[in-house]
Design a binder for this molecule. Structure first.
Ligand code: GLA
Length: 373
């Protein structure tokens, strides 16, 4: 090694050891009508990032990220108090489960038994049912490891909850490191065969929450195929190429550039509200998506071991919800990128399986890496 590069390496090592470790603190966030206490955990680092997570719904309530000038903004839509989350939320920042996304007719058959789940989206089951994991109180515990700080959120879903078989022990761990990576790790175990598909339902606006629509954001999806849906947004079972369609995000593309195209799938979704089939070799963690806001320079990259990602363009936001700092969430003021197994997998034998059996451990990891360009 040349002397110059050795000195360089020593500087880097010295710099790393001088950089403070990410931190986690805890305080009370609020109390539910029944008297149940809800704690808030704050993760922060010296790179300008702060993440706040509450025990209700394991919701990420704030996500402070610097822009290319170092100015920090909150890029997550949400509320600034518990009562608003309880009153009405389109899953802002929450963990959705036991099954994120839709199950057709809210039914599946497992080992000869037909299970009827709660139907909360017309005739279908969506995001875990009437009272999914986004509406329960989790138990949080601060986590500190070398180079990262976080919180593990635990919840035990009883046998039969929202119609699902098996008592399910769930742990979702959020960690923040000094590379501005927010990692979400999911674990679950069951005592009866069941279906599990957990995801994080964050709404992002890289310009800052409430500061305009996401139509100018540029999106890249590492996916050559997607799963088209019927009018009720249940996959038809087809795995369709994105080539030559408004669903091709294999190169960075402004979200607004084709969202108004005449296309039956866009019509069904009211815009983008679909699952893309991620290109990958094996079940390994790989690049899934990149979201970039040319105005602020903020960029978010997503890496996951999941086979799919739901891109939802905030088509149901209509200006009726007033979020943090009094911001009004108008049409398409936020978007979701939910790493997941495909919708309706329990009824689609050729989709990757979401079945979990006793003795197995459900394990999946998604990383959100924030940077500027
Ligand atoms: C998911 C669904 C959408 C919608 C939103 C929340 O992304 O696919 O259809 O339900 O959640 O409004």
């Amino acid at each position: 090694m040349k002397r110059g590069s050795l000195v360089g390496v020593l500087w880097v090592v010295a710099g790393l050891s001088l950089m403070a470790e990410p931190r986690v603190t805890q305080r009370s966030y609020g109390e539910l009508a029944g008297g149940e206490q809800v704690a808030e955990f704050t993760l922060s680092n010296d790179k300008g990032m702060t993440v706040r997570i509450i025990e209700y719904g394991a919701i990420i309530t704030e996500l402070l990220v610097p822009d290319r000038e170092g100015r920090v903004a909150d890029v997550a839509l949400g509320y600034d108090n518990l009562a608003d989350y309880v009153a009405a939320t389109p899953y802002f920042g929450a963990i959705v489960g036991r099954y994120g996304n839709r199950i057709g007719a809210g039914q599946f058959e497992l080992d000869g038994t037909v299970y009827q789940l709660a139907t909360n989206n017309e005739a279908n089951h969506l995001h875990g049912g009437v009272k999914g994991f986004d509406k329960v109180v989790w138990k949080g515990e601060a986590v500190k490891r070398v180079g990262e700080a976080g919180v593990v959120m635990r919840y035990r879903s009883p046998d039969g909850e929202e119609g699902y078989p098996g008592s399910l022990e769930v742990a979702v761990t959020y960690t923040l490191d000094n590379e501005n990576q927010l990692t979400v790790s999911y674990e679950a175990q069951t005592d009866k065969a069941t279906h599990v598909n957990l995801t994080s339902h964050g709404y992002f606006n890289l310009r800052g929450q409430g500061r305009g629509s996401i139509l100018d954001h540029e999106l890249t999806l590492n996916a050559a195929f997607y799963t088209p849906v019927d009018a009720g947004l249940i996959p038809t079972g087809e795995i369709r190429t994105v080539a030559g369609t408004p669903f091709d995000f294999t190169r960075p593309t402004k979200i607004g550039s084709r969202i108004h195209a005449v296309d039956e799938q866009l019509q069904f979704g009211g815009g983008y509200d679909h699952n893309w089939v991620l290109d990958k070799s094996g079940g390994k963690r790989s690049f899934a998506a990149r979201l970039y806001d040319p105005e602020s320079g903020r960029q978010m990259e997503i890496f996951t071991d999941e086979p799919g990602i739901q891109f939802y363009a905030g088509n149901f936001l209509d200006g009726t919800l007033v979020g943090k700092e009094g911001m009004v969430y108008h049409y398409r003021y936020g978007l979701c990128l939910e790493t997941q197994h495909f919708p309706d997998s329990p009824n689609k034998g050729h989709f990757p399986s979401t079945r979990l059996d006793p003795g197995e451990v459900y394990r999946t990891v998604t990383v959100h890496r924030f940077s500027v360009q």
